[in-house]
Write a protein that binds this ligand. Structure first.
Ligand SMILES: O=C(O)CCC(=O)C(=O)O
Ligand SMILES: NCCCC(=O)O
Length: 460
């Protein structure tokens, strides 16, 4: 099949070089999930090149985590800077021995894009870790409120916690939603609800989950039903929180459930969540690991919610190239040092890279570009869906940048066929194809993607 990118795919995928490389790897590192082996030196911008020389328009971007293109020159410059060299060779225990530059690295980077109303940050190494740190902050805040501000811990508390017993290790919970994905660490996995393969055989906390709205598409044709569904879910959230066997200290939600199937809800649903969590003293955590950093056409996915008061915490990773959480309430800083702490607290080298990503996003107005290009892309996919209604169902992501997805009968074979003509695309949920291009995806890439989809679906 001819390719729609400049250089055709010339081998089966994975090609012979990819397969040989994967075999060598598999001898020491589980390589069963490898799609193909990449030549990162040859990959550039929106295009990924494999070791067999096949070139693909990459609209999956390392599971939504390449922000501004392969081998981006601004990032390469940052990588070669003396600031980066120092951060790499002198990795600090940042809570104990920060450099004098650490505060400026944060202020000139991450703090420039802090969600409105959230002026504190805690850095981390991964999305899972960021979420778990946010849970810990929520638990400590909840107990601080129960105990009373300034009230010292009791001897009973300090002794019992070392035995994982009450009252020092209290029973408390974080609520999440059905089909959510919040990571794979022990705490975060208890809030992940998307697939058994992530959770099976692993002990978990007895924490509650609420139904996430199952919206019907097209939205405009199901407005009443969808509003009723969101109302039902909000009622369930409140009922479950107030009847759970132990206090619910936090509620975590993705602005768009991603790994679990690209499930959306309306701003009024999230406003309802904010109201309920405020009323019940539950910390609202927006998990922006996948939606943050511009992909929805706003810098943060929760910008679309139009809240009157922000989420209590916003976690981030992926496109940020680092991780952590923002927060606004200074009581989320625990009552004593070393309660929220670890040796590295993230990695200044990664935060320097993040600063370069942010510079590139802001200088090149990539969030605005994402909103504009996403709209055009959505319109074209809507036309394609009308042409292939059996194969493109429940198209979603209108006005959400290029955070666009649709359901189809056999996503795995669609992905295989797309790769065979030079487009690397991803899936999520059970039968969903999701688009996660980089923020540098342009108008010129739209026909490549749409024509490839048209061709592949036409041949099904
Ligand atoms: O597939 C996704 O959306 C998330 C991927 C991820 O973080 C994981 O699988 O651990
Ligand atoms: N949720 C992990 C997805 C990985 C993959 O696309 O193969």
């Amino acid at each position: 099949m001819p390719s729609f990118v400049e250089t055709p795919v010339t081998t089966e995928i994975p090609g012979p070089v990819s397969r040989a490389s994967t075999k060598r790897l598999d001898a020491i590192f589980d390589a069963r999930a490898v799609h193909f082996v990449v030549d990162y030196n040859k990959s550039n911008g929106n295009y990924i090149v494999d070791v067999d020389g096949n070139k693909y328009l990459d609209v999956y971007a390392q599971i939504a985590s390449i922000p501004v293109g392969y081998n981006n020159t601004t990032l390469i410059e940052a990588a070669k800077s003396p600031e980066m060299a120092s951060a790499l060779v002198n990795r600090p225990a940042v809570g104990n021995f920060p450099s004098d530059q650490w505060v400026d690295i944060l202020r000139d980077g991450l703090m420039k894009v802090a969600p409105k109303g959230l002026s504190y940050i805690f850095t981390a190494q991964s999305g899972s870790e960021a979420n778990e740190l946010a849970y810990k902050a929520a638990f400590m805040l909840y107990r601080r409120r129960q105990r009373g501000d300034g009230v010292e811990w009791t001897e009973e508390e300090t002794k019992s916690c070392l035995n994982n017993a009450k009252p020092g290790s209290p029973e408390m919970a974080i609520m999440s939603f059905q089909n959510s994905f919040h990571g794979r660490g022990f705490g975060s996995l208890s809030t992940t609800r998307s697939k058994a393969v992530h959770k099976l055989d692993i002990p978990s906390f007895n924490w509650p989950q609420a139904p996430f709205p199952a919206l019907k598409y097209p939205l405009a044709q199901h407005a009443e039903e969808n509003a009723a569904e969101e109302k039902r879910c909000l009622e369930e959230v409140e009922r479950i929180i107030t009847s759970w066997h132990c206090p619910v200290a936090g509620l975590i939600v993705e602005p768009i459930q991603s790994e679990g199937g690209d499930n959306h809800a309306s701003p009024s649903f999230f406003q309802g969540l904010r109201d309920i969590t405020k009323k019940l003293g539950v910390a609202l955590i927006a998990d922006e690991v996948q939606t943050g950093f511009g992909a929805t056409g706003s810098f943060w996915g929760h910008d679309h919610w139009n809240l009157t008061s922000p989420p209590d915490m916003v976690t981030f990773s992926k496109k940020a190239q680092t991780a952590g959480y923002f927060f606004g309430n200074e009581q989320l800083i625990p009552d004593k040092a070393y309660r929220q702490f670890n040796t590295w607290i993230g990695d200044p080298a990664r935060v320097i890279m993040c600063k370069a990503v942010i510079k590139e996003i802001l200088d090149k107005k990539l969030v605005e570009q994402t909103a504009r290009v996403g709209s055009l892309l959505y319109n074209q996919l809507e036309t394609l869906a009308a042409k292939h209604p059996e194969y493109i169902q429940n198209l979603r992501g209108k006005n959400q940048g290029h955070f666009i997805a649709f359901d189809t009968k056999d996503p795995a074979s669609l992905v295989r066929s797309m790769r065979a003509i030079g487009v690397n695309i991803g899936t999520c949920g059970i039968n969903t194809v999701r688009l996660r291009p980089m923020l540098i995806f342009e108008e010129t890439h739209i026909p490549i993607l749409v024509n490839a989809l048209d061709k592949v679906i036409g041949a099904l």
